[in-house]
Design a protein around this ligand. Structure first.
Ligand code: NFM
Length: 228
């Protein structure tokens, strides 16, 4: 039995191996001080509002990026699973944008007046650069998964047992922390691992560097809420 367990443990995908290798920086993103304050109930409303307003702008830019990943999947993937998983992600962004508008209204934020901060601009520039047809499908898909999984882990942490997340922030945390979004991230991760198995050393290196770049941009994004 012991032998079997060990063998199973070794069968981790490349993405999981990377997350283990880069655990400190990954945790800096998923257990960021902003997330910790949501989880322990001490978050300041101006911090939350800053995040909400900036994230609305980000998500608007995220839509064409996801569309570009979808196009790459249609052209390059020999596997129909890819297209369906990505299309599902795209479809849920429509509801997400409506949610941002409702939520902003609730907090008295006028979205048309929000100005993107530098961290947001930098992140959107990265998305823009990834939309180029020159960028490999595997690298773009790795970025896509990384963007989603950081939010999934961060917000799931806020609704875990023992969390003291304020009731008015629960819905936000559920949006990305819920089981369904978790499953979707796992599906994406599987697609990435499949691609990475067939990737060249050069592609592997680029995808790993991209994962780290996304994690760093996510940290900077959370930092905006602290007024950094
Ligand atoms: C900065 C950032 N990263 C990831 C997500 C989650 N993906 C789509 O909503 C997000 N909303 N914002």
């Amino acid at each position: 039995m012991q032998e079997i367990v060990k063998a199973e443990e070794k069968k981790i995908g490349m993405t999981e191996a990377w997350l283990r290798k880069h655990r400190p920086v990954y945790q800096a993103a998923t257990k960021h001080p902003f997330i910790r304050t949501i989880r322990d109930g001490t978050v300041q409303s101006h911090s939350f509002k800053t995040w909400l307003a900036q994230d609305y702008l980000f998500v608007r830019e995220f839509v064409p990026f996801v569309a570009s990943v979808l196009i790459k999947a249609c052209k390059e993937s020999d596997d129909n699973d890819d297209v369906e998983v990505i299309l599902g992600g795209m479809a849920s962004l429509k509801d997400e944008i409506s949610w941002f508008k409702r939520e902003a209204n609730k907090w008295g934020i006028s979205l048309s007046e929000v100005i993107p901060q530098n961290a947001n601009k930098n992140y959107c520039q990265l998305l823009e650069s990834l939309m180029s047809p020159e960028v490999d499908y595997t690298v773009a898909l790795t970025a896509f998964w990384a963007i989603e999984v950081v939010y999934q882990e961060s917000f799931a942490h806020c609704i875990e047992e023992g969390s003291k997340t304020p009731p008015e922030l629960k819905e936000t945390c559920e949006r990305w922390g819920n089981e369904g979004f978790g499953q979707y991230c796992k599906s994406l991760q599987k697609l990435v691992d499949q691609r990475l198995q067939k990737a060249s050393d050069d592609e592997l290196k680029k995808a790993e560097v991209m994962l780290l770049s996304i994690i760093e941009h996510e940290i900077e994004f959370w930092n905006m809420s602290r007024g950094n």
